[in-house]
Design a binder for this molecule. Structure first.
Ligand code: UDP
Ligand code: MG
Length: 141
């Protein structure tokens, strides 16, 4: 069983696609084990996006991600990390196939609906970045 960190990005919040995206995660059989609304400030964004913080697009990304409150969510399931990445599609929404979350709801390479962790190591670090240990609950029996 794995856990992964999801962020419903500002475009997803503004366009009210959250329910739809959660529906896809539920249909895939994943359990929500943590969920909260947060406004992400530049310091936590610089940490979360450290791997792209020196790229020319970073200021735009930071402005976008801090533009309104987002929902951060921890999902649990078998192979949830890769399976959620597959449900999302590639980073660039314009290249994402119809039927994927980014293909159906995304705008471009920056405005792309949701974040999802890309490896077990990153999932662990990202979950700890956004959730206190006591905020992640066991919802299976
Ligand atoms: N991003 C961007 N321009 C790019 C590449 C990435 O604005 O050319 C943004 C985009 O919002 C992306 C985030 O930076 O989701 C993190 O990039 P990463 O390569 O980790 O993509 P992801 O894992 O989200 O698919
Ligand atoms: Mg990434």
């Amino acid at each position: 069983m794995q856990r992964t960190l999801i962020i419903f990005k500002p475009d997803c919040m503004e366009q009210r696609h959250v329910g739809n995206v959660i529906g896809r995660f539920e249909q895939a059989g994943f359990a929500i084990v943590g969920c909260k609304l947060m406004r992400l400030a530049p310091p936590i964004l610089r940490e979360h996006y450290a791997h792209v913080a020196d790229r020319p697009f970073y200021p735009m990304l930071e402005a976008f991600m801090s533009s309104r409150p987002v929902i951060v969510m921890a999902l649990e399931g078998e192979e949830v990390i890769q399976r959620v990445r597959d449900l999302l599609g590639p980073t660039d929404s314009r290249k994402a196939a119809k039927g994927t979350i980014r293909g159906d709801f995304g705008t471009d390479v920056t405005v792309n609906v949701a974040h999802a962790s890309d490896s077990e190591a990153n999932a662990r670090v990202e979950l700890a970045r956004f959730f206190q240990p006591g905020e992640l609950l066991e919802t299976r029996n």
